[in-house]
Design a protein around this ligand. Sequence first.
Ligand code: ADP
Ligand code: MG
Length: 853
Amino acid sequence: MTPPHAGLSAQEAAARLVRDGPNELPAAGREGALRLLLDVVAEPMFLLLVACGGIYLALGDRQEASMLLGFVLMVIMMTFVQKRRSQAALDALRDLSSPRALVLRDGLAVRVPGKTLVVGDCVLLAEGDRVPADLVLEEASYLTVDESLLTGESLPVLKEACDPGRGEVAEDASSRCFSGSLVTQGTGRGRVVATGPRSALGRIGASLGGIAMDETPIQRETAQVVRRVALMGAALALVLAVGWALSRGDWLTGLLAGLTLAMAILPEELPVVLTLFLGLGAWRLSRERVLTRRIPAVELLGATTLLCVDKTGTLTRNQMAVRQLWADGCGFTLAGEDPKAMAHAFHPVLEYAVLSSHRRAFDPMESAIGAAGQHWLQGSEHLHADWTLVSDYPLSRELLAMSRVWRSPDSRALLVAAKGAPEAVIDLCHLPVDRRDVIQAQVGALAADGLRVLGVARAVFASEPLPPLQHDFDFEFVGLLALEDPVRADVPAAIAECLGAGIRVAMITGDHPATALAIARQAGLDLAGGILTGPELDALDDAALAQRLSHTQVFCRVRPEQKLRLVQAFKARGEVVAMTGDGVNDAPALKAAHIGIAMGGRGTDVAREAADLVLLDDDFGALVTTIRYGRRVFANLRKAITFVLAVHLPIIGLALLPLLTGWPLVLMPAHVLFLQLVIDPACSIVFEAEALEPDAMRQPPRRPDARLFDGALVRLGLAQGVGLLLAVLAAYLLVPAWSATPDAPEVGRTGAFVVLVLGNLALIQANLSWTSGPGAARPRNVAFRWIAGGTLALLALVLTVPPVATLFKLVPLPGASLALCAALALGAWAWCAWRVSRHAPAPRAVPAQSSSS
Ligand code: ADP
Ligand code: MG
């Protein structure tokens, strides 16, 4: 029989999952199909369409009215599909970000999604975990949990293992952990007693928040622009309708002209473009194994001026290995295979390092120590599998050292093993100054190679009760142990790319100054500003700190709590700060940073919940990719907005001109709708797919207050739009002269329509790249080819199939007229491309170096 704490078998767990259902709470706020439908119906575009349809019916034009009805259905379908898709994308992201749980299955610890837990599972808890289900604790070491989600009580509570003698019934709240609470300290092991809706959290009907899509400055800016333009459009449409009615005495046509203009002006694409670009950006990032928890962060990333990263695990691989031991003035390098190569003098260093580590290690450093012990002490009397743990003293912010107290079967006294930062261990051992200096010198030499150095000490204690502090033991110094954690291979190149892109990179670590410097040097960080330690940081006031921050990039012996102060000080200097973190204490800094980034593999649930982005592979390279995407989204948004702006002008012009000139209506509502609902939206997607401009990562970041709609962009859009309008007017006036029936209004209208559609494509081509010129080699934009092909096919359909042409009130054109239209579109393209070449780029942030002097 398997021991009770081996957990369930995978088979049994699967069977129970089928029986009890998944361990999840009903999701909140999922929109139903009907709700989506209502949203669509309430959109102004829809109301305008219905109004137009009503007028056509009043005019007795059944055909036109039914065509509008067709458009109504199309709008509903398109909006519906698009909303459903973005919802599905969000759901997928939510699944990825749901908490995971470490459980014993078939005797092995495996990480599984929290929702697959079943009653009877054996769950391992560690600092930073969100408790995945209701548990009864079977083991607990300094396990402190925050139950505020359930009780509203924000003070963490200490939990204890239940007393097995008292059986299951007598368990009280202090030996239970409830689903949704947070482990703020310590470790534990518990058996699942309730899951999903049957857990304490489920019974009070709570549901955990999902992924937020809150408003950013650019979204507010867009909403404001849309509101203003819509108001302006409504006023203009009213003027047009009344003017037409008064001057020609035809109220219904006047109303129709007014509504057509309103539809032409309404910038309903803008919010759609924005949502779509950010949503697709998040989706593209998820394919790079970066999870977006707050979608607008994607766009803000492009403005990042400072990247604050952890050393361990972000810049380094977090795959530690013990490299050197040091005892009594001699060193030993752990290389080769033969354990006998190690002299006996070094055995105690490894022996006590192992004793001071957790047997079931969470920390890669402790795993490495355990592995080294298993190999180099094999067959010796220094591995004590039969010793029992009496107590332990965890690492604390006051003392970077931890001790564990053991009882051996053949001795009455207790044995205490300690390890920690060398200065902390030296302090515990109360060494004389000369010995202390020798050890410090050795620490410096080891750390200068980029190794993480730990001191090891031991003590004997007569009997329980144990003292409250580690300082109360009489420690004897045993030796030093140095671990290697190499810099990730892709880090130097990624850091060079950041520096080239005008982004400062700062490293924050709890490690020794010399180790920090060595790693920073290997990673290629800027070391000119020297190094700032945690204690120094505490001694500086805000002004002095701001002064240091202008040029310091390496921070060491920093406590996680100090990260918050660093972030705030950097923000006060005007930096846009992206910060990585993984521990419980990192959460406030992650929240405070403009963009908080958590590590998916190593990060705790708390850190992941506080972060805007999660790097699923813990990889620094992915971070730089993410910045690249952020810049791309912003650049492409500006291009798409210019396009939307420019493309509205000819439509507005064609709606207004007939009033001033006495011409018949050039564009009918059907044309406007065809352009606005089918062609324009499809076209703006092309910009989303456009690759980053080649030199974009060699430019400083944009100014954080750079606006999406600035003067340069509006000027560019207007200039391009006016060019397009002139080409369309030229077609309207010139094409009839080449036709057999020059007086029919359909001929000029057809010419104008053809140039409008072709001009649309010309406008896109001209705006695809703003820096490399229209002919330069770029990654192929496949979307553009598809859209261009589709648009041309639609145009051919409208022109050549008589019933469709009649429906659109268009006529087939002779070849010469078509050639003229093509020539005009080409002219419009040349004009637009020339305007692009004269366009001023978005304002850039001032490089950090010059602002500091
Ligand atoms: P980092 O920022 O590199 O992740 P940490 O904050 O995790 O650094 O650790 C800071 C220091 O605390 C380490 O350099 C080490 O001296 C000490 N330390 C960390 N973990 C342990 C441990 N499990 N046992 C003993 N000392 C530790
Ligand atoms: Mg750490």
